[in-house]
Design a protein around this ligand. Structure first.
Ligand SMILES: [Cu+2]
Length: 259
């Protein structure tokens, strides 16, 4: 029975692969239940009014109008339900999933930078420290302006080919930025969407709960190859992640070619 009552099964939501996404989906489903109820209620009233006040039985308009307050009560009830959704579901979800960050030590910290038309990411490497970056060092070979003379930068890993890898069941803190225009970092299965704005570093966090490859989309029309700006977000087992990161760090974080 519950299976049939769960509207989520009929809404065509994307695969869910993050923890807070469960609450996002719950909210989407509740809002749809409210809308379904309103739709049925409005349609029933509409049909009732068409029949009850049809011209053949009511040749002359009644200037006195409606005397009872039923419609006001219904309006108050709808507003109350909306208030409950906002105060008890949307606000706590925001507080937990957007405002309250996990500690960096227990998370995979990445810096995600968008550009026309791909995604780049930087990892601090095994030492957990990001090397210095300088806008003056930005060049075709070094699009993120990493200062390679900084000792913290030695084991940093840069990914330039739009393929980001993270371990499963570990929170991801991603700082989103852009090199050129406004892009938008969106991974639907993670229920994450954040604008990438040049000059700003905007952190988001989420906890991937399912191993797999997911698509990164640019959710902001950013130029003539916007459609091309998709990436791969790989969620792997922690062991595999460790090996991947070490191999990348050993290779000097050698950037893969631009896709
Ligand atoms: Cu874009």
């Amino acid at each position: 029975m519950m299976k049939y009552l769960n509207l989520g099964n009929y809404l065509g939501l994307p695969v869910l692969a993050s923890k807070h996404g469960e609450d996002v989906d719950k909210l989407i489903v509740y809002v749809h239940w409210l809308m379904a109820l309103l739709f049925v209620g409005w349609m029933a009233y509409f049909i009732y009014a068409l029949i009850r006040f049809r011209q053949s039985k009511n040749p002359k308009a009644d200037y006195a109008g409606v005397k009872n307050h039923a419609s006001s009560y219904i309006e108050v009830a709808v507003a109350a339900v909306e208030g409950v959704l906002l105060i008890f579901f949307a606000v706590p979800l925001w507080a937990h999933a957007v405002d309250k960050f996990p500690s960096e030590k227990e998370s995979t910290v990445i810096q995600v930078t968008a550009r026309q038309f791909n995604w780049m990411a930087r990892y601090a490497g095994p030492d957990g420290k990001f090397g210095r970056q300088d806008i003056n060092l930005i060049s075709a070979d070094n699009p993120l302006g990493v200062d390679k003379t900084d000792s913290n930068a030695k084991d940093d890993v840069s990914v330039l080919d739009s393929h980001i890898t993270v371990p499963v069941n570990v929170p991801v803190i991603a700082t989103i930025s852009s090199l050129d225009v406004i892009h938008c970092f969106a991974i639907k299965p993670m229920r994450v969407t954040q604008d990438a704005i040049p000059g700003m570093k905007i952190p988001v966090w989420f906890k991937p709960t399912r191993v797999g490859n997911y698509q990164i989309n640019c959710a902001q029309l950013c130029g003539n190859s916007h459609f091309f700006m998709r990436g791969i977000f790989s969620v792997v087992e922690p062991d595999e992640y460790k090996k991947w990161l070490e191999a990348k760090a050993k290779a000097g974080g050698a950037p893969a070619s631009y896709e």
